[in-house]
Design a protein around this ligand. Structure first.
Ligand code: ADP
Length: 319
């Protein structure tokens, strides 16, 4: 077995608290009779866990509160073999929490209290400089302060890591930050927020991806849910169709895609192969309920890719 490639994730972690009821309560209303689920979440932690299960040697840089939720979050990351020595315990703020209400038809209402995540600082990132030195890939998202993301990207570049920015949730970004990104992975709505026009038809996806490339990232990958991913690089744009599966819960598909893509690239796979690796991981995750609990192992990803190689029709879904 070759040595695992080093992936550094700088990002958020949250505890998801989910209540599923017959309907969403209206303001002022109390609904009795729901079912409760809880799980580890946050885009940073989801992507770190995916990268670890996909075979990466993962370090996570983030902040938790000095509370039981924070201790549970770190314990969960460690169970996946993730190096947490650069996770900072915030002395004042609580751990990040997402309160999610799900109605009978699957509609949801979500309130996120970022807590300690909002205090993840450039100083925290700089304190992890040893992890930057050994990273093949740096993976960041936008659930932490933008100046912290900018600092991570600068350090990542200086250390020679490939920098992936998953711009979720979409937020205004300084031009210099985008010029430091190697691979930019918005979904359709995030791409639309950055380019200022609707991104739905393949023609508008291609146009948005080309426009985003002019802002700096040499590779732009717009993820298109069950349609697949549009890859735009120096040789042009192309659609890599999703692997056809029966989806039951697509929450977190983008996190699983970016986390596994990071490992594919860190292993030195060509771009399109790394994208297919990310798509295989995401395809498995959507066939199961939950977010981190649905993240596949490396063996499962490899098995699906072998199956697709034997039955190419599985990956030829068109619009
Ligand atoms: P996000 O969760 O950020 O909106 P997407 O829904 O675009 O991200 O999903 C990311 C990737 O996951 C897609 O490019 C695709 O390869 C895969 N994926 C998402 N939904 C499905 C699905 N229903 N069937 C197969 N693959 C999917």
């Amino acid at each position: 077995m070759p040595k695992s490639p080093a992936v550094l994730v700088v990002g958020s972690n949250m505890r998801d608290m989910v209540v599923r009821s017959a309907a969403l309560p209206r303001p002022g209303e109390t609904l009795l009779g729901g079912e409760f689920f809880t799980g580890q979440g946050g885009k940073g932690a989801n992507q770190a866990v995916t990268a670890a299960r996909a075979g990466g040697d993962v370090t996570f840089v983030g902040r938790v509160g000095n509370d039981s939720l924070g201790r549970d979050a770190v314990a969960a990351l460690k169970r996946d073999g993730i190096d947490c020595r650069h996770v900072v315990v915030d002395p004042k703020r609580p751990s990040g929490v997402a309160l999610i209400l799900v109605g009978g038809a699957g509609e949801n209402s979500i309130a996120v209290a970022p807590g300690a995540n909002a205090a993840l600082s450039a100083a925290d990132v700089k304190a992890a400089s040893r992890a930057f030195q050994r990273a093949a890939v740096l993976l960041v998202q936008l659930e932490i302060p933008v100046p912290t993301v900018a600092c991570a990207i600068r350090l990542g570049r200086r250390a020679g890591a490939r920098v992936i920015l998953n711009p979720a949730p979409a937020a205004p970004l300084p031009a210099a930050l985008l010029r430091g990104v190697d691979i930019f992975t918005p979904n359709e709505s995030e791409a639309a927020a950055f380019v200022g026009h609707a991104v739905d038809s393949l023609r508008s996806v291609a146009r948005a991806a080309a426009a985003l490339r002019t802002l700096g990232p040499p590779v732009v990958i717009v993820t298109l849910g069950a349609r697949g991913a549009w890859v735009q690089d120096g040789s042009g744009g192309r659609l890599l169709p999703a692997i056809a599966v029966k989806a039951v819960d697509t929450t977190g598909a983008g996190d699983v895609f970016s986390g596994a893509l990071a490992v594919g690239l860190a292993e030195g796979r060509p771009l399109d192969d790394a994208v297919r690796f990310g798509q295989a991981a995401a395809a498995i995750s959507v066939t199961r309920p939950g977010t981190q609990s649905s993240v596949p192992s490396r063996a499962e990803i490899d098995a699906l890719l072998r199956k697709v190689a034997r039955h190419p029709g599985l990956a030829s879904r068109s619009e």
